[in-house]
Ligand binder design. Structure first.
Ligand SMILES: [Zn+2]
Length: 275
């Protein structure tokens, strides 16, 4: 019986996939064809970046997805494979932050702007560009220590409850910020919460986001390459101090960036892959 070759995700199980809130399960398939169905959603099977005979699929799990048991079905020409998928909670720390009160209770005149910016970003993330712009591993956008991991349950000013949708790197203003991989700049302007913001479309539903910037070195429509200096870090938007917030969106879901990048980059490590 031909099954999935194996899973690069956090858990490898003979009985199915264990997937966790905020994490992405990267599934390795023995052919780059077909589609993965989960509930009423279809997920594209994509080309393996270093082995054209194989396929991969990203299954991002929303931070707030309830724990559940589901099936995922790989529908490829001539065969259908079903595997159980368990969605489980991931442990995340809690954080208490103090920020400018206007970033917790925005003034009425900011509401329209906030709504417009949210709609604009959601429209970007919902768009699936049927091209892959990258062909090498993703890099961290800055060489620095991380000051807040993805997923922390946050309370702002003692009231607003949220979670951290990306990872924060220490970055004194101004520090050069690098494109994590090749792509097209699809947003580069100042936003209410995220301050100076750049979003790069890497194709196939994958985006990286860079927040709180103080200067843009690229414009919308620019093609950027991995490691290109795209911006300078800053302290704009909802912040407690200067830093870089780095995020990843997969099919409109805010995913743990380092978790995803580590799995993608492992695809380039053929030795590891053949274990
Ligand atoms: Zn952040």
């Amino acid at each position: 019986m031909r099954l999935f070759v194996f899973f690069l995700s956090l858990s490898i199980s003979l009985f199915g996939i264990e997937a966790f809130n905020g994490k992405t399960s990267l599934i390795l398939l023995d052919s780059p064809s077909g589609v993965i169905a989960i509930g009423d959603k279809n997920i594209s099977v994509l080309a393996h970046p270093s082995d054209p005979t194989r396929g991969i699929a990203f299954i991002p799990i929303d931070y707030y997805a309830p724990s559940s048991e589901q099936n995922i079905t790989w529908i490829a020409p001539g065969k259908t494979t079903v595997l159980p998928l368990s969605i489980l909670p991931a442990p995340y720390p809690t954080e208490t932050l103090s920020v400018d009160p206007s970033k917790v209770t925005p003034p009425p005149e900011a509401q329209e702007r906030i709504a417009r910016e949210r709609a604009e970003a959601n429209a970007i993330y919902a768009h699936f560009t049927p091209i892959r712009y990258w062909n090498k591993p993703f890099i961290r956008p800055i060489e620095s220590i991380t000051t807040s991991a993805y997923g922390s349950a946050r309370t702002y000013n003692g009231s607003l409850k949220s979670y951290h949708g990306g990872i924060d790197f220490r970055a004194l203003t101004p520090t050069e910020i690098l494109a994590s991989n090749d792509g097209i700049v699809v947003l580069a302007h100042d936003r209410y919460y995220s301050g100076g913001t750049i979003i790069i479309d890497h194709g196939e539903g994958l985006y990286t986001c860079y927040f709180h910037l103080s200067q843009f070195n690229v414009r919308v429509g620019d093609k950027v390459t991995q490691g290109q200096n795209i911006a300078l870090s800053g302290a704009s938007g909802r912040i407690t101090g200067p830093h870089l917030h780095f995020g990843v969106m997969v099919y409109g879901i805010q995913a743990d960036p380092l978790n995803l990048i580590t799995q993608i980059n492992a695809l380039f490590d053929t030795q590891k892959e053949m274990l």
